[in-house]
Design a protein around this ligand. Structure first.
Ligand SMILES: Cc1ncc(COP(=O)(O)O)c(C=O)c1O
Length: 476
């Protein structure tokens, strides 16, 4: 094996060899991770003092093993990513073959067979005439790309003042500066000022409606609010509206089809482009290949990432309708003002293509729909807890909401002692998920019924433990 020092200096190592041998023991790998890897969202004390560091080694289906050999149930498919499950050797083999054949050509001027083949597949499987694929590497890039396309197309159609973007409160669209500008929980203190012209409107929330009405009426009010926002901003200044068909970070709210149908009509009426962010929703997560299929609409642009390759390779895309790309055909000398070096990377493209073949062979979308029903039925049992206020979701995009007072629907703060205890109890039982004021359940689509039962039992036990430890901090 080549040592660290040989890589750095080109000379045989000595002490470097010892360092590398040390690094391949579990404790050595963990030490290297502590010393050198910037774990994206963990505060330092969580890693340094509270044992929060986990270094993973391998995966199979819905199970992960860390370098110490401990197994974990992956209740959130990585981060709503690994839809086809861990350990798919056939995807790895396809990637290896492609890397050996051709690993890169410039996305600026050229493309490859695998990218063409994947674009064809995506045009076939996406709703309506979403036929033109702009490839990129991750969800934030896909969102940046979609918004830039909307702005440029508006300008090319003769509306250069249409630059504003309407997003929704509670939404998450990524962490690069443009995508973060649309993300509702953006950190003004560290990163402001953000992209100019972004406003946030209420999103459909039947559990705690902003409008004091229930059920579908709440969704209708939320849709009307979007129209009011377009009108008050001035329709001739708005480029696009963006939202997840089913919200995920915002708390897993499933609107009625009428919400999205109204948004489609409102956007058409005012010449505004409609972007659906399918980064989490897409690729079977909601029990349909794309969540927009639940609502019977075709957006002007969709963004996809995560489940596109089930995480085997960093690949994402913004896909546009014919009517959007026609603007570039009509003005055939004008190119999109956008270039990403790794867009359409052939090794990533074959990973995605193979992933989609597995989807078809194993009927993963239907599996997600069926297992989602089972999971939701099991989650309903958790309502017996005094702190479980709501159970919701569709397919394998589900969540329970934790509340201090069921009657008043008051939330625990995300950093409250109760939520921290629930989080710890779940992690101690080696279930990986996200615990905010909602607990997310979004395992790989290959999850078994037994694994679903285990997930629900672990959360049941964790809630019981937290309710014992924090009696008096909620209404029993
Ligand atoms: C809806 C949505 N859009 C965009 C993103 C950004 O994706 P990425 O982290 O790949 O940049 C995410 C990430 O979780 C997301 O949930």
């Amino acid at each position: 094996m080549v040592t660290v020092k040989e890589v750095a200096t080109g000379a045989p190592a000595g002490a470097g060899a010892a360092a590398l041998v040390d690094a391949v023991s579990p404790a050595g790998i963990e030490r290297e991770a502590m010393d050198h890897v910037w774990i994206h969202s963990q505060p330092w004390l969580e890693l340094a003092e509270r044992g929060g560091l986990r270094v993973f080694d391998r995966g199979e289906g819905s199970t992960l093993w860390d370098v110490q050999g401990r197994d974990y149930l992956d209740g959130i498919a990585g981060l709503w990513v690994v839809n086809a499950g861990h350990g798919r050797a056939e995807i790895a083999e396809a990637m290896g073959k492609q890397a050996a054949k051709l690993a890169y050509v410039s996305a600026s001027s050229f493309t490859t067979g695998p990218a063409a083949q994947l674009a064809h597949t995506l045009a076939e499987v996406t709703p309506g005439d979403l036929n033109r694929v702009f490839f990129c590497s991750g969800g934030s890039e896909a969102v940046e790309t979609a918004v830039k396309i909307a702005k440029q197309v508006q300008a090319m159609r003769g509306f250069p003042r249409r630059y504003k973007v309407i997003a929704r409160r509670g939404s998450y669209h990524g962490m690069t500066m443009g995508a973060m500008s649309l993300t509702a929980m953006r950190n003004e203190a560290y990163f402001g000022p953000f992209m100019y012209g972004v406003s946030h409107v209420p999103h459909p929330n039947r559990y705690r409606s902003d409008f004091g009405v229930e059920g579908e009426q709440a969704d209708i009010m939320a849709a009307r609010y979007v129209e009011q926002e377009i009108e008050s901003q001035g329709p001739d200044t708005v480029a696009c509206v963006i939202g997840e068909p089913v919200s995920s970070a915002a708390g897993v709210h499933v609107p009625s089809p009428v919400y999205w149908q109204m948004l489609r009509e409102i956007c058409d009426k005012h010449g505004v482009l409609l972007i659906c962010d399918e980064v989490i929703n897409g690729f079977g997560r909601t029990g349909k290949l794309f969540a927009t299929e639940h609502f019977g609409i075709v957006p002007d642009i969709i963004t996809i990432a995560k489940g596109l390759s089930s995480g085997y390779a960093p690949i994402a895309a913004a896909i546009v309708r014919d009517s959007v790309f026609d603007t570039f055909k009509d003005q055939g000398e004008v190119a999109m003002g956008h270039l990403l070096t790794f867009g359409g990377h052939p090794v990533c493209a074959v990973a995605a293509q193979k992933n989609l073949e597995i989807f078809a062979e194993e009927n993963l979308v239907a599996q997600a729909a069926e297992k989602g029903e089972y999971l939701k039925a099991r989650l309903e049992e958790l309502r017996a807890h005094p702190t479980v206020g709501d159970v919701r979701g569709v397919g394998l995009l589900t969540a329970i909401e934790i509340v201090r007072d069921k009657e008043a629907k008051t939330s625990f703060a995300k950093d409250s002692a109760f939520i921290k205890t629930v989080n710890k109890e779940i992690m101690d039982r080696r279930l990986i998920t996200r615990v905010w004021n909602v607990i997310h359940f979004a395992p790989p689509l290959v999850v078994t019924h037994d694994e679903i039962d285990r997930m629900v039992t672990i959360v049941d036990e964790a809630l019981t433990a937290a309710e014992r430890a924090h009696a008096g901090e909620f209404v029993a």
